[in-house]
Design a protein around this ligand. Sequence first.
Ligand code: DGT
Ligand code: CA
Ligand code: CA
Ligand code: ZN
Length: 582
Amino acid sequence: MSRNDEVAARLEEFADRLEASGAEYKPTAYRRAAENVREHPAPIENLAGEGADAVAEIDRVGDAIASKVVEYVQTGEIEELEDLRSTLPVDIEALTAIEGVGPKTVGTLYETLGITTLDEMEAAAEAGEIREVKGFGAKTEESIRENIPFARESQQRTRLGDARPVADDALAYLAAVDGVSRVEVCGSIRRWKDTIGDIDLLVASDEREPVVDAFTDWPAADATIEAGTGKASVRADGTRVDVRIVDDAEFGAALQYFTGSRAHNVAVRNRAIDRGLKLNEYGLFDVADVDDPDAGQRVGDRIAGRTEDGVYEALDMRPVPPELRENDGEVAAAAADELPSLVGTDDLRGDLHTHTDWSDGGFSIREMVAAAAERGRAFHAVTDHATGPGIFGNTGLDESAIADQAEAIAEVAADAEIAVFHGIEANIAADGTITTDDATLADLDVVVASPHAALDADADAATERLVRAVEHPSVDVLGHPTGRIINSRQGLEPDMDAVAAAAAREGVAIEVNANPARLDADGAAVRAAVEAGATLAVNTDAHAPRELDNARYGVHTARRGWAETADVLNAYSLAELREFLS
Ligand code: DGT
Ligand code: CA
Ligand code: CA
Ligand code: ZN
């Protein structure tokens, strides 16, 4: 976490605690300040070093907040925040993770029932105490009770998009340590799961202790959890990071073992047993002539282990891409040489879902197009929000604003180095209708239709809604189909087989939204889409240039769903893309 993110998180906690204590306007001021500190291009510690006046130069950061920022950077604490923490000693982050529970509710339930933790909240809900509190009822209590397990899970698992940069930093750091010959991520992060329990790293080196010492000195490590001879764990940015150090000759076997998943490993190990071989984290061993194969871990002739590919090949399999290792058909496919040729990050030629300052983005059309061109993209679609359900205030475009924007886009397109498409992100109402005029939609190059409201509908209603939306003649892409926010909102739970079948029939692409808070469609839904013969669109939904770099999360999510290059609209040539959109 950069210091800007860290300071922003403290300001947001400040806002939540103020709101829980009944403050009216101040929380909003703190939240706006937090957002701008997070987005500020310069490191906040540099500004704080120059004093509160320099910090107050940031938009929406007033003198009072600026001096708190300086206090935090200098001392690691904000006295007023510490006071709020002791007068309202609640785990505000965990409690507000319950869908439908905000800081105000937390404050009320602390004052009336003394609730401070998720466990206490659960006990109170189960004892029927919450419904007795003024302003609450049986329905609210029931919804709180139902949403607690999801909140609990969200407190334990880190979003891929938060964990991956930490892992990348650790990889770069360890690669530069003396005596390290190879280093790789493994575990769920190498499989690009959408949430991560902990980050696993594997190092090949002859010198274990110096590597452990170097790792515990990693600047991003906030605390050492344990440090042994062959392994160590630290906490970084709130996530546990495990490192294991092995000999070079065993690195491939260890990488295979620690990448998992467990279910995949069991299936592969059984294949080894069928061949009279033994597979473990130390290697693949021929135990045919060994009296007691269980006598030790390294018993028998080592026939593979230096490289991971070598392990798979010695088992008569193609090497399995990590994203597929969930024991979902990949072992048989690898044995039959029928693995899909998965889409790669280099295959994407452009984005079909992005925003500008015409809606809730932070940058102009010209800036976003330039950022796409800088990244080597061949095309870029601007799809700002249309006004409609779930789009707040005046951030969404009505029909006349869309017409105005067409002119602005044409102006940028005229001298752009890349193809620029004018699109819209239209809204799918609860009944599946699209809330922008048909005539306006028909004129646009790209129509992404997404659900933004009524995201708690039951499964049947959700399926009908999405099927009806893809049947609209102008819709090209079904945007973030479930509307989930990872660790925060479950979203719709449609029958993806049915939605995918409709999308395939109607020639509508199903989006894999690469925003790491969404990753929607997820791997399982992508698999349903691929099996139904639907096309996919891997889009960043970028609201700022740097969010265009989130594309990799979308690609790896698509790979988890067995998506091939040919399945992905963003990999089409311009001519093919125009054909699909028309
Ligand atoms: P996570 O961290 O919960 O997101 O999931 P993973 O898959 O990273 O799991 P983790 O960190 O507990 O262990 C990393 C990998 O190591 C796991 O995918 C498979 C392997 N592994 C660890 N412990 C065992 C074990 O006791 N048996 C087997 N078969 N594999 C294990
Ligand atoms: Ca892990
Ligand atoms: Ca682990
Ligand atoms: Zn969007």
